[in-house]
Design a protein around this ligand. Structure first.
Ligand code: KG4
Ligand code: ZN
Length: 367
């Protein structure tokens, strides 16, 4: 007899996206709903925690209701409620955690706590192949999708997670036990993209703006520093390159005006392209270093910055030419930035392992 499939409702509110999704057996996406707050934070050039929290409170119920309706399920065929409870903005996380605990109690369903970064890792295990997806509320999904990464992992993998808040390398052997190998000691890669975009007066959010501006620029125009932090280090540092861009635009003594206003579009494009190339160089070299260290044959890439085409191509090139070559699993673009599919998908493994949380679950800023 065929085993009954497990439907999990996933909830994500760690930063500036209110998201809910229903995923069956960790791999069949029945619905994915995302209410993005980009417009609300745009004028501040970054996420304002109080505004984020308030917007989550407004959106959480309609987003969950929409996810359930689109999945064409009722509470009776939902097997568990999963929620990202760490790391993130505490006053944002608490909205998702409270909603998940309430549903778990009211519907008498098990509660599953998910680490947001481990969920980003899981999104790299999703690959666009066999299954047809329903369209999500705000993120257009092109093409079919399946979860097959777990079948492809035949040994240790190195996973690179690059997001607005984190830059991490993991030794990844199973979805439930990623081991941290290194992380940023100052700014995250996405944060550096966002801050450099502000210096260059490019629109928010910075990552996609820098990528767009860089298309017309020369990545070799300016030699920005590439911080490798010692021969064996698997940690990252991106504050130096951000400062280098700032000095380039305002002079070493910071007394000059920001020259960006008087720069040509070509000059801005050159700065964006040179900055982007330097960040990608470091990300790729450190990933290669980590793969060598643990003997990885597979590389996983996820997180918001993983949406960057140059990064995807550079990592692919390294993976193909490395000795021995590595298999690269990259999160589909619509699952790079925050979403609840990655939460519900990872929760399936916890469900199977019986790893449940209880109603004392709290949000945690770190993780
Ligand atoms: O994973 P995510 O949605 O949120 C966090 O968990 O932090 O990542 C958001 C980050 C932002 O810093 C954004 O600028 C960056 O991902 N990002 C990009 C691109 N798209 C988003 N960075 C570089 N290139 C992109 N195309
Ligand atoms: Zn994230």
């Amino acid at each position: 007899m065929q085993e009954k499939s497990i439907n999990i409702l996933g909830i994500e509110t760690s930063c500036d996206e209110t998201a809910a999704a229903v995923v069956a057996d960790g791999r069949i996406v029945k619905s994915s709903v995302i209410a993005s707050q980009t417009k609300l934070h745009e004028k501040y050039g970054g996420v304002v925690p109080e505004i984020a929290s308030r917007a989550h409170i407004e959106k959480i119920y309609p987003v969950i209701a929409e996810a359930i309706a689109r999945a064409n399920v009722t509470k009776d065929n939902i097997d568990a409620i999963a929620v990202a409870n760490q790391p993130g903005l505490t006053i944002a996380l608490i909205v998702g955690v409270t909603a998940a605990k309430t549903l778990s109690f009211a519907w008498d369903k098990p509660l599953i706590a998910i680490n947001h970064l481990h969920a980003h890792l899981q999104s790299a295990m999703l690959s666009e192949e066999k299954l047809q997806l329903p369209a999500p509320l705000e993120v257009p999904i092109k093409g079919p999708l399946t979860l097959q990464g777990d079948l492809l992992l035949t040994g240790p993998a190195v996973a690179l997670i690059v997001s607005g808040g984190h830059t991490c390398l993991y030794d990844y052997r199973s979805p439930l036990q990623p081991k941290l190998l290194g992380h940023t000691i100052d700014d995250a890669a996405g944060e550096a993209f966002d801050k450099v975009a502000t210096i260059l007066k490019l629109p928010y959010p910075g990552g996609p703006s820098i990528e767009k501006a860089a298309e017309k620029g020369n990545p070799n125009a300016i030699k920005f520093p590439r911080s490798m932090l010692g021969r064996d280090s698997l940690d990252f540092s991106f504050s130096g390159i951000k400062t280098a861009v700032l000095y380039y635009c305002r002079g070493q003594d910071m007394k000059g005006e920001n020259k960006v206003d008087s720069m040509s579009a070509r000059q801005i494009a050159d700065i964006a392209a040179s900055f982007q190339a330097a960040v990608i160089d470091v990300l790729v070299k450190k990933t290669q270093r980590a793969a060598k260290k643990i003997g990885a044959r597979t590389i996983l890439l996820g997180g918001g910055v993983a949406a960057n085409n140059r990064l995807r191509t550079a990592l692919q090139k390294m993976s193909d030419s490395d000795v021995p070559p590595k298999k690269l699993l990259v999160a589909p673009k619509q699952y790079c930035t925050d979403n609840a599919v990655m939460v519900a998908s990872l929760a399936y493994y916890k469900f199977k392992a019986g790893l449940f949380a209880d109603l004392t679950l709290e949000p945690k800023a770190s993780g």
